[in-house]
Ligand binder design. Structure first.
Ligand code: TRP
Ligand code: SF4
Length: 334
């Protein structure tokens, strides 16, 4: 069956991918591979928008994410996997879009001011950081993607992408179709300290995590603070461990944990062990695939080389249309 609808999504290389990436992106991306023409991109230029002052980890992070993509089940036979900076046409479209996008459109993107205040230690008063969502728009529009699977936090960026496409098309004619957001449901996924799982909090369970380490991390995970002693009953609704049960455990195990917690019939150690069993089983095939690809670096290189080549077939064609629409003079026309 020919895949007629195209999907584009991207992820920043910021370090080891964790359960948050698996639930919030990869599982959804993997599920789309059969029905849709899927393009998945490691957006290394986007990493530079916040981390330009220290690029010492960039290569390693990009390499790790390249492995995480494959480990998570993205299949180079069914998806086009590539690294953003290997497809320089993204930058060319970004430049041309920058001509028509009014600054206030970028200044009022919610993540702009949020990140500025959150990342106080970084100087984000740069042109590149303001242009973050414009680069993202270029990533999407250059593939003339129909759907963009992202979490709800990224929805404003896709909305902006649609507005930019409309404005561009108004000036130059209909060359860039408006993409639709495909929202990924994001279950509550706390890290080991009870806050949202995030690398910056150091509370993650990584895709490459070894079994011992998974068990150790879950053993020390915070629980309902009311359950100080084994004999104190607890409330699963107040326990981040239970939030993870809801994601990884069967209905039966959830019911067993909830009941045992409320009645002090089970201890937190037991409850966490049951969760660890499920997480270990879920990550097992991913870790195995990752090891496998780690031992075949030449194949990984070939996969991303072929991905960039396929991506460039599409981006080259789009840019011919875009340059034509803008009425840039081609060599042949000179
Ligand atoms: N901004 C996205 C994020 O932080 C990453 C991204 C860059 C992206 N380009 C994209 C997502 C294009 C979807 C489509 O998660
Ligand atoms: Fe949390 Fe389970 Fe302990 Fe209850 S028994 S507090 S759900 S870890």
């Amino acid at each position: 069956m020919a895949k007629t609808k195209r999907v584009l999504s991207g992820m920043r290389p910021t370090g080891a991918a964790h359960l948050g990436h698996l639930l919030g992106a990869f599982e959804n991306w993997v599920a789309m591979q059969d029905e849709l023409d899927t393009f998945y991109c490691i957006v290394d230029w986007h990493a530079l928008t916040t981390d330009y002052a220290d690029t010492s980890e960039l290569k390693a992070n990009t390499r790790e994410l390249a492995l995480d993509f494959l480990a998570a089940g993205l299949d180079p036979e069914r998806s086009t996997l590539f690294i953003q900076s290997h497809v320089p046409e993204h930058a060319e479209l970004h430049l041309l879009l920058s001509m028509v996008v009014p600054l206030p459109w970028l200044e009022r993107v919610p993540t702009y001011k949020e990140q500025m205040t959150q990342l106080q230690d970084k100087d984000l008063t740069t042109y590149g950081f303001l242009g973050y969502p414009l680069l993202q728009a270029a990533d999407i529009l250059i593939y003339r993607a129909d759907f963009v699977p992202v979490g709800v936090d990224q929805q404003p960026h896709v909305e902006l992408t649609r507005e930019i496409a409309r404005r561009f098309n108004n000036f130059y004619g209909p060359v860039l179709p408006e993409p639709e957001v495909k929202l990924t449901p994001t279950p509550k996924l706390p890290g080991t300290d009870g806050r949202k799982m995030s690398k910056s909090y150091g509370n993650t369970i990584d895709l490459a995590e070894e079994e011992d380490s998974i068990r150790k991390k879950l053993k020390t995970m915070v629980t309902d603070p009311a359950r100080k002693r084994r004999t104190d009953p607890g409330d699963p609704a107040k326990c981040p461990v239970f939030d993870l049960h809801k994601v990884f455990s069967t209905e039966e195990t959830q019911a067993w944990a909830a009941e045992g917690c409320r009645t002090a019939g089970i201890g937190c150690i037991e409850c966490k062990n049951a969760l660890a069993d499920k997480v270990v089983v879920q990550l097992e095939p991913i870790r195995k695939r990752r090891k496998e690809f780690e031992s075949r670096p030449d194949d990984v290189r070939d996969i991303y080389r072929e991905g960039a080549r396929r991506a460039r077939e599409v981006t080259a064609a789009t840019m011919v249309d875009v340059r034509g629409a803008v009425r840039l003079l081609t060599e042949e026309e000179l």
